[in-house]
Structures are given as structure tokens and as C-alpha cells.
Design a protein around this ligand. Sequence first.
Ligand code: IPM
Ligand code: MG
Length: 355
Amino acid sequence: MGKINIAVLPGDGIGPEIVAQAVKAVDAVAKKFDYQVTYTHALVGASAIDAVGDPYPDQTHQVCMNSDAVLFGAIGDPRFDNNPEAKVRPEQGLLAMRKKLGLYANLRPVETFPSLLHRSPLRHDLVEGADFICVRELTGGLYFGRPQGRSEDGNTAYDTCVYTRSEIERICRLGFEYAAQRRGKLTVVDKANVLATSRLWRETAKQIAAEYPSVEVEYMFVDNAAMKIIQQPRHFDVIVTENMFGDILTDEASVITGSLGLLPSASIGTGTSLFEPIHGSYPQAAGKNIANPIATILSAAMMFEYAFADAEAGAAIRRAVNLSIEKNIVTEDIAPAGVKPSSTSEVGDFIAANI
Ligand code: IPM
Ligand code: MG
């Protein structure tokens, strides 16, 4: 299927271990579907701060821009958390990367695996068959609004939530497009009873809705959505929401599937698309070969589907992932009682072998 260039950004904590498993899956797909893959590794996050003092170095940006897709692990290091002295933080690298690559949309599908329903802390009958996708705006809102900071006396802090109509339009349009391709239902999540930005979201979404008569739209306040995701996850088909709400709701939604280690994501926009698990760098597990690589491997499946328009390659990865779950070749976070957990690399080897 031709030559592809993939930028590999393992990042911090468990990032290198889980990305290595996704690379095995990509290699297996390349063999099966005849791709010639060139990988270029680059630094990001705390490991980039340590090496060159910048969490998203220019060189890394060039590597991403010159690639067809970016495979990314995780960012974050406890050395920088709760450390007011830290001048530069690993997370700034992630935000800079999203902004510079123009990745305004983060697609986070939430699907249940039948054989893992027992892992969900929620009742089987509630979560069974849940299948929705959260379209999170990724380059605006509180994460990027300025001014942000502290007053001189240090006793006042402020963040600014900013959205322009065009930023809202492009993300809402994507939400409508996905809803039209799926089950035809879009939930626009906001806090329009309090926030001015949310009122602009709602106004803009209503205008776009007119272009998609086949999509049924509902508007839901974020607090209500947080409740409904847990209470009635099957209610949702596509959710579109702003940056911070999407961040919070998708961590919440991960409990439906039973583990944060299962949810992949795709970030798309104007530059090179990026594929990453939704979980963080899980520093306590770094180097122990125990972290669940499935979210990252499923991110590689999304990479073939979204960046290379190859649904078959994506499906081959998904089938192998499903098999590993069915056969209980899984890490400790999802291993059933009485089953010996497999290591990160064993799960990766099994999945690659079954692609
Ligand atoms: C995520 C993460 C990031 C975010 C952090 C690490 C900055 O939580 O991708 O969801 O808040 O966007
Ligand atoms: Mg998050």
C-alpha cells in the first residue's frame, strides 16, 4: 500500500513501553498489507526538557510536519507536578504540539468490549452496547485563552476562556459529519446557562444544524451530561464539546469500558494527524512492563483508518486486540481474578502475532 512516514514520540513514563507495542502492531500491519514504514523518533515532554530544555523542541515539530502521522505515547512527570519552581512543564509540550500542528479536534471513541463488561464498576445492563464518540475541541478554550496568570501579590489567579465563531463552527461541523455517518444523533455539551462562550457554541451549533436535517441534535449542560454518561451511556452517539469539558467527560467515560488503558484517540486538524491513548504517563508503572498497551495499539488502528484511509488495516488490529481480550492475554488492570496477568510486551507480541 506504499510508503508511509511515522513520527514516533514516546514521551514520558510508560510512553516508551506502550508505544513500542504499537510499533510492533504497525510492523505487523505493514507486513500483511505491504506498507513500507519509516519511523522517525523524536523527543517530547519531560524527556525533551531534560535533553534540550524544551518540552516540544523545534526539531520534534519538524519531524512531525515531515511525517504522514504522529504516534504519541504520554506526557507528564511527577518531578514537575506540584512544583511551583518549575519554569517549564511537560504538559506545555503537549499543548504546543496540538497548537502548532493545528490539531483542533480530538476524537475519543468509547466502546465496550463484551468480555470486559465485568471490569466496569457500572452495572452490566447499563454499559452493555454503549458506543459513542466524543469530539473534543483541542486548541481553544481555557487551555489557551489569554490572559492567564497571577496578580503581582500572588493572591489572585486567572484563566480566560475564549472561543471564536469560526473555531466553534469547524468543530461542530465535524460533530455533525460524524453523527450523519453514525446513528444520526448529536449532543452538544455546554454550560450555556452560565458561560458566554457556551452561548456562542449553542448559537453556532444551531445555525449549522440547519445544514444537517438528517441529524437529531440535542443541547445538554455539562453537569447533566456528566450524570447521563454514567447513568445512561447508550443514550449517546456523538458528543461535541469544548476543550476542558471534553477532557473531563472522556476520563469519566473511560470507566464505562472498565479501564483507562483501553481508550485510544485521534487528533486531527490542519497539520499532521496525531494518535495517542487518552491516559497519562502513569509514572508509578514506568519501566515495570505492566502498563496496558491496548489504548496505544488501538490508536495505531485509528491511525490507519484516519490518516491512511485503510479500514482493513485498522480492522486487522482491532480483531487482534479483541482476541487478546477474549483469550485473557491482558495486563493486570483488566485481567480477571485467577488469571495471571501478561506483561506489556507479552500483550504487544500476542497482538502483533495475531495481526
Ligand atoms: C488529555 C490530558 C491532557 C489534557 C493533559 C496531560 C494536558 O489530560 O490529553 O486528556 O488535559 O488535554
Ligand atoms: Mg485528560
